[in-house]
Design a protein around this ligand. Structure first.
Ligand SMILES: Cc1cc2nc3c(=O)[nH]c(=O)nc-3n(C[C@H](O)[C@H](O)[C@H](O)COP(=O)(O)OP(=O)(O)OC[C@H]3O[C@@H](n4cnc5c(N)ncnc54)[C@H](O)[C@@H]3O)c2cc1C
Length: 397
């Protein structure tokens, strides 16, 4: 088996690299490089640039505006984007909802929603988790009851950890619709909810590093037109599972690991630790683990070139990639040493960088490390991924 990129892949890599170099706005690049906060407009600006090239929706089929890339090209694109300090494509509409609508939506839903996702006019919130329903998602309790005239659902409940809900105008949600279902998974539906609906309230959750990307969403008698049901009534669980497979794709963040490892080497040099043997051994160990991870990813990509829905392999890559990423962030803090301690909320915005008490390369190191705690939780916790891997492996024997 050849674990290397073909000449055509390398040409593609150069094409992506050249495009990013020419088109990524300098201020956005700088923010990503220093680990500073990105605003909604930053993402929208970059996403619209990508869309002009037809590259914003790599996982979508060509007939819906995708670029028609294979899995290796998508991997290269992801890696090059991160190495060039461009924002990741984080929008749930692109990564999660789009593939579900393409597979299960009505022609009207596709026509109404997909173009606006591609143009970054509509941002979508993922309304899955609830207090008491995260890993055990089938335990969701937000209910949707069809009104007697059959025209609207009335939704009541509480969603939590809803990323970027304050930037979103729409939400896709898993909601129980059949109180008589024998198994919880059999009575759940997949609804599209207008975030401006009366009765829907968004409250921010303050995160460890001071940011508020996360929110709680309260739904109090929110009326949702019946045409916002995706697929069949009570069958939403299977659409949700399909979506989660897409969420986990690329979540290993091999490009992010490489990006942060390069940052660690640079910072070590700046801090006069370029020759420190203990630190060098630690960084070398990361290089080895990263290389092993990348070979595993490429081996799997080679095997599943045409497959769009990843299986248990995605869980393996997620566990290793996210744990490695956290370890590299911790090393960054160690390299910065006492310089990682001064923590200024304001200094994490490019326009206030001059207020930083330390060199700009270290302003966000501690915040980024704290923020990285989330990567082993979202998209399914490491413990849950290990369960999936164990089940798949043991079932094979
Ligand atoms: C940054 C961030 C962004 C998020 N964004 C969204 C979003 O936009 N939309 C959304 O719907 N959700 C979102 N989530 C929620 C995320 O999906 C859940 O946090 C995750 O699924 C875990 O669920 P929980 O928080 O309820 O923890 P729990 O499921 O209560 O787990 C608590 C602990 O128990 C462990 N555990 C649970 N079950 C098992 C088991 N069977 N075996 C072994 N250990 C187990 C877990 O690993 C964890 O350590 C986000 C979370 C984070 C951190």
């Amino acid at each position: 088996m050849k674990l290397q990129f073909s000449a055509a892949d390398e040409d593609f890599r150069q094409e992506v690299r050249a495009f990013i170099q020419t088109h990524l706005p300098t201020d956005i690049r700088r923010k990503v490089e220093l680990g500073l906060r990105l605003e909604h407009e930053d993402y929208v600006t970059w996403f619209r640039i990508l869309e002009t090239r037809g590259w914003l929706t790599p996982g979508w089929p060509r007939e819906h505006g995708g670029p028609g890339w294979n899995a290796v090209q998508r991997y290269i694109f992801d890696e090059e984007t991160l190495l060039a300090n461009a924002p990741r494509i984080i929008a749930a509409g692109i990564q999660m909802l789009g593939p579900v609508l393409i597979a299960f939506g009505t022609p009207e839903q596709k026509a109404k929603y997909l173009p606006d996702i591609r143009q970054s006019n509509t941002w979508w919130a993922q309304g899955f988790s609830e207090p008491g329903a995260g890993s055990d998602l089938a335990a969701v309790r937000t209910t949707a009851v069809l009104e007697p005239d059959g025209k609207h659902f009335v939704v009541n409940g509480h969603k939590v950890w809803t990323s970027y809900a304050h930037w979103c105008s729409m939400m896709f949600a898993l909601v129980p619709t059949d109180p008589d279902a024998t198994k919880p998974q059999e009575g759940i539906s997949f609804l599209l909810i207008d975030m401006k609906s009366p009765g829907l309230t968004v409250r921010p959750i303050r995160m460890l590093e001071g940011g508020n990307d996360l929110n709680e969403c309260y739904l109090d008698n929110v009326r949702v037109p019946v045409e916002n049901l995706v697929g069949e009534l009570h069958k939403g669980w299977s659409y949700g599972k399909y979506l989660l497979g897409h969420e986990r794709t690329g979540i290993a963040g091999i490009g992010s690991c490489k990006q942060q490892l390069a940052r660690a080497r640079q910072l070590a040099r700046e801090q006069g630790l370029g020759e420190d043997p203990l630190l060098q051994a630690r960084l070398a160990q990361f290089e080895v683990e990263l290389m092993a991870l990348e070979f595993t990813a490429l081996r799997l990509l080679g095997t599943h070139q045409q497959s769009r829905t990843p299986g248990v392999e995605a869980s393996m890559l997620k566990v290793r990639g996210t744990e490695l990423r956290q370890a590299i962030y911790e090393t960054l803090v160690d390299i910065a040493g006492p310089h990682a301690v001064p923590f200024s909320q304001e200094a994490q915005f490019l326009e206030h960088l001059d207020q930083a008490a330390v060199d700009e390369s270290m302003v966000a190191v501690a915040a980024n490390c704290l923020d990285s705690r989330k990567v082993t939780i979202y998209g399914g916790t490491s413990e849950v991924q290990r369960n999936l891997i164990a089940r798949a492996t043991l079932d094979a024997y």
